[in-house]
Structures are given as structure tokens and as C-alpha cells.
Design a protein around this ligand. Structure first.
Ligand code: SAH
Ligand code: SF4
Length: 423
């Protein structure tokens, strides 16, 4: 049955008596949100409140449609869902999104949101991550985080200075797109904001890059499941070709990503010799350049129309010589590739500087002559520290302060109640 049609009344469905536990959960206000759930998670959630097995598939489709196509915030709006079920859903679940703690808008229209996830335990205030929206005239790209912090320690990356706090769940990854669409009025009938550039396209969020905080291939299953929500025609419905997963080079999972995620791939290369790459991207000690490029060659479905992007951050006097450029071109021979030269985005305390402009031009000229077009990526949102590698949330600091206060005898609840956040 089509989800647009009216669903049959659930006259034969068992009435679900509320248990004391359900009532207590409602009173505490901690019903789980259905936003961001995969089909199978949603199916389990519905089964847990007594939706009969034979209805589950249809109900999941209905709810997915309301959540991901319509941006519903209230079960009461879901008019093709029976009244009885809507009431049940509203007592057991919510359609809450992760909270947008702050929004910054750059002079160039880039928006950065600090997003706080639902707490996962009594002493958790909710992990904070950042998502960045980059509008262009004909498309809008959302840069999504996959982890809170990162376990890797690339020496030029601000996120690398933040300890990994935790992996994001699939729902938390997918919910970043729902949040962005809320803020951008990117739902049927919703109004677009007038305070910044929004593209002249059907969808304000038309592309996704997994280039926010974290290493997506070290949170493989959750990233894969979230991308299923994003790409499914009944879900957020974006083509896999509009999703780019960026990795610092987790070789075994590149193969898996090709098989199970099948998005576009970007590799953070940044150096053409192992000794230098070992210091810039320490993961190189485990998976050196040769193995990395071999995995790239074997990435499924490569062609001239479907290339791997190689990212190369321009660091003054470190990796930006003519010899580096020539070696880069030589290394990539035979791989359908794009090269993105990224001017280094500085952050407080870094020891690196961005290469001078004429050096970047000379480097890019060599790359251009080898057949790679327009390779320099214009930094966006630099004024609000929203550019690549500048994202770093306060979550680690909050945890450090919570620990300190616990050690000095003040309960964690006290820390959170005292409005931690204005460090
Ligand atoms: N962890 C993944 C994805 C997140 S980083 C990865 O490393 O690929 C996204 C991109 O920003 C990567 O290419 C990364 O190397 C680059 N980057 C990190 N810090 C940067 C900085 N300060 N200036 C410019 N690019 C940076
Ligand atoms: Fe982590 Fe990527 Fe930053 Fe390296 S560049 S520390 S892998 S987020």
C-alpha cells in the first residue's frame, strides 16, 4: 500500500497498557527520539510498543516518510497513521532533534552549528559536535561529523588535538542532516532563511561530505547505517554520488567502504613520502602510502566520471615544493583521480603556516599541466573557524572540568546544573 493512502484503523491491534516504567519515562521526559533511526531500528521500536508484525513494514514506511520527507516534528501531523497509534507513539517516543546550541554565519554564507546530542547516561551532559553548511549558487554541501573528537592525531588538524570522546551513533550522524534541513527550511512548504546565501536548488542540502570531526572509517557500521538512511529513496533520498567520505587512510576499511557504503571517496594524502606522511598523518606508520594507493586502485566502480579525490593541505616549507608536486602526479598515475589543494587553515596554537599564494600557484600549475583541473579549494567560513580541520568542540574541556569537580567533592550533577559551557 502506498504511504500516501490512509492506513486502516487499528481496530484489531492490541491496546498497549502503559507499564509503570513507561509512565515514569514519560514523566522524566526521556522517551527516545525516532529521528535518525534506520528502518530496522524503527521496526524494533514499533514492535516494542505492540505494533503487530504484519503492520510493521507499512508503519515503518509511513513514519520514515513523515520524518525524512516531510520533516514532521509532531506525531499529530501524521494523518495517515491511525489516531490510536499516533497517541501511543506520542507517549512512548519523541521526534526531538539534537539541540542546536549555537549557530554562526560567515560573511560568505557558510553556517556552523554546534550541536549537542541527547545525553547517553545520567552523568552525561550530551556530547557536542559541529556541522558546517557550505552554500554555493547551485548546491549546498553539509559537512557532517562522525565522531566526537578523533583518535588520530594528524599534526596539522585541530580536531586531532581533541581526545576521542566517543563514536556517534548512526542516528546521531543522520540527525545532523535533519537538523540542517530544519535550520534551512529545507522541507516541503517550509520557508528558507533570508539572512544568508542559500542555493537556488530544489534541496538546500544537496550534498554531504563526511569531513567534519572524526575518522569515518573508524566508526564504520554507524557511518554505513547512517548513509543508508541518507541514500534510501524513502529516507533522506540523496544519491550516493552526492556523498563523499573522507578518510586519512584506514586501508582495510576502504575496501569495505567500497562494498558496503559505495559513496564517493576522498583520501587525505598530504604528503608523497612516507617519512613526512608519518609525521603529518601518523596513521601512515600503520598503512603506508603504497598500501593506501593500492586500496584506492581497487576501489570499485572507478572511472573518469567517478574519481577518487586526493586532498593535499598546503603547508609552508613542509610539503609544498615543485618536487613534491611532480611526485604527487607520478604517484597517482593510473588512478582516476581529482586533486584538491587545500590552503592550510590555521588554528590557535598550531606550528604550521599556510603556503604563500605564489607557491600554491606554482604547485597547482604542475598539477594542472599533468591534466588535473582547478585544484585549489577556496577556504570557506574561515572567519567563524568552520573550515576544514578547524572543528573542535568543548566536550573534552567539559569532561575535564567535570572530573576535576568530582575529585574536589562536587557532584557531576552540580557541574551540569551550574551551566557548564561558558569556560
Ligand atoms: N578524518 C577524516 C575526515 C575529516 S578531516 C580525514 O582526515 O580525512 C577533513 C579534511 O580536512 C581532511 O582532508 C583533513 O586532512 C583536512 N584538514 C584537517 N586539518 C586541516 C587544516 N587545519 N587545514 C586544512 N585542511 C585540514
Ligand atoms: Fe582525525 Fe581527520 Fe583530523 Fe586526522 S585530519 S586528526 S583523521 S579528523
Amino acid at each position: 500500500m502506498s504511504i500516501a493512502e490512509s492506513a486502516p484503523a487499528r481496530a484489531d491491534a492490541p491496546f498497549v497498557e502503559k507499564t509503570p516504567e513507561m509512565i515514569a519515562a514519560t514523566l522524566r521526559g526521556d522517551q527516545p527520539s525516532l529521528v535518525g533511526l534506520t528502518r530496522s531500528q524503527l521496526k524494533d521500536a514499533l514492535a516494542s510498543i505492540g505494533v503487530p508484525e504484519r503492520e510493521l513494514k507499512m508503519r515503518v514506511s509511513q513514519l520514515w516518510h513523515w520524518i525524512y520527507h516531510r520533516g514532521a516534528r509532531d506525531f499529530a501531523d501524521m494523518l495517515n497513521v491511525s489516531k490510536h497509534l499516533r497517541a501511543d507513539l506520542a507517549t512512548r517516543f519523541t521526534l526531538n532533534r539534537p539541540e542546536v546550541v549555537s549557530e554562526q554565519i560567515s560573511v560568505d554564507g557558510t553556517r556552523k552549528w554546534l550541536i549537542r546530542m541527547q545525553p547517553v547516561g545520567p552523568h552525561d551532559k550530551g556530547a557536542e559536535i559541529e556541522a558546517v553548511y557550505i552554500p554555493e549558487s547551485d548546491r549546498g554541501t553539509l559537512c557532517v561529523s562522525s565522531q566526537v573528537g578523533c583518535t588520530l592525531t594528524c599534526s596539522f588538524c585541530h580536531t586531532g588535538t581533541q581526545r576521542l570522546v566517543r563514536n556517534l551513533t548512526a542516528a546521531e550522524i543522520a540527525a545532523q542532516i535533519v537538523v540542517a534541513r530544519d535550520r534551512l527550511g529545507d522541507w516541503p512548504g517550509a520557508a528558507r532563511p533570508t539572512d544568508g546565501l542559500v542555493p537556488d536548488a530544489d534541496r538546500a542540502v544537496s550534498n554531504i561530505v563526511l569531513m567534519g570531526m572524526g575518522e569515518p572509517l573508524y566508526n564504520f557500521e554507524n557511518v554505513r547505517d547512517a548513509m543508508e538512511v541518507v541514500t534510501n529513496g524513502e529516507g533522506l533520498s540523496l544519491s550516493r554520488r552526492r556523498i563523499t567520505l573522507s578518510t586519512s587512510g584506514v586501508v582495510p576499511n576502504i575496501v569495505r567502504a567500497g562494498e558496503e557504503i559505495n559513496s564517493m571517496l576522498a583520501i587525505s594524502l598530504h604528503a608523497v613520502r612516507d617519512d613526512l606522511r608519518n609525521t603529518l598523518v601518523p596513521l601512515n606508520k600503520k598503512y603506508p602510502i603504497k598500501e593506501l594507493l593500492e586500496a584506492c586502485r581497487n576501489y570499485p566502480g572507478l572511472s573518469n566520471a567517478r574519481r577518487i579525490t586526493f586532498e593535499y593541505v598546503m603547508l609552508k616549507g613542509v610539503n609544498d615544493s615543485d618536487a613534491d608536486a611532480r611526485e604527487l602526479v607520478r604517484l597517482l598515475k593510473g588512478i582516476p583521480a581529482k586533486i584538491n589543494l587545500i590552503p592550510f587553515n590555521p588554528w590557535p596554537g598550531t606550528k604550521y603556516e599556510c603556503s604563500d599564494w605564489d607557491r600554491i600557484e606554482a604547485f597547482s600549475e604542475i598539477v594542472f599541466r599533468a591534466g588535473y583541473a582547478s585544484p585549489v579549494r577556496t577556504p570557506r567560513g574561515r572567519d567563524i573557524l568552520a573550515a576544514c580541520g578547524q572543528l573542535k568542540s568543548e566536550t573534552e574541556k567539559l569532561r575535564a572540568r567535570a572530573r576535576l569537580m568530582l575529585e574536589t567533592g562536587i557532584g557531576a550533577e552540580g557541574v551540569y546544573a551550574a551551566g557548564a559551557g561558558e569556560e
